[in-house]
Design a protein around this ligand. Sequence first.
Ligand SMILES: [Mg+2]
Length: 190
Amino acid sequence: MNKAFFLDRDGTINVDYNFVHTPEEWAWCEGALNALQWMNEHDFKIIIVTNQSGIARERYTEEDVDRLHSWVDQELQKQDLAIDDWYYAPHHPKHDLNEEYAPADRKPGTGMFEKAAKKHDIDFEQSYMAGDKLTDLKPAVKLGMTPFFIRSRHEADQDKGWLAKHNIGSFDNIGQVIAQLDPSYQTSIK
Ligand SMILES: [Mg+2]
C-alpha cells in the first residue's frame, strides 16, 4: 500500500484570495514547492482535497477548476514536480442546484479521501493531512491520519481547544511541517 500526503488547497499550498479559480489568481504559499519536491522524493502520493463551493454558488464552473488544476500540473512539470491527484467538492449545503454533487465529499466529510484511497491504494495510518481549517483536519482524525494545522488568515476562527485536544501541531507553512518530519530537510524556499 502507498503512503500519501493529503493537502488542502487554498491557504495551504496557494494563497487563499477567496474563490481562486484562474491561473492569474494562483500564488504558491511560502515553502510549498520545496515541500512538494520533498514529498515526491520520499515516495508520498500527493493528493489535493479541496472544497470548491464556488461551483455550487455559480461563481465559476467545474471546467474552470479543471483548467486551473491542469495549468498547475503543467507548471509543476516544468520543475520535475508532480501532484498525483486532485479532488474537489462542488457541494454546498445552502447553494446546491445540482443533485449530483455528493454532500459527503465536502470536508469535514471523508468522501474525497476515501475515493483517493481506493484509487491509489493508500494506507491512512502511514499518511498525513495538512490544512488551514478544522474542517480539513477532522476527516484526517476520523480516518487515522496524522494531521497538521497550517496558520492562515482563517486562524482566528479555528477552535484551538480542539487542536489541543487532538494534540495537533500548528505551523506557519507546509515547509515547516516537512522540517519537523525530516530534520535533514533543507529549505531553499522556492
Ligand atoms: Mg484552506
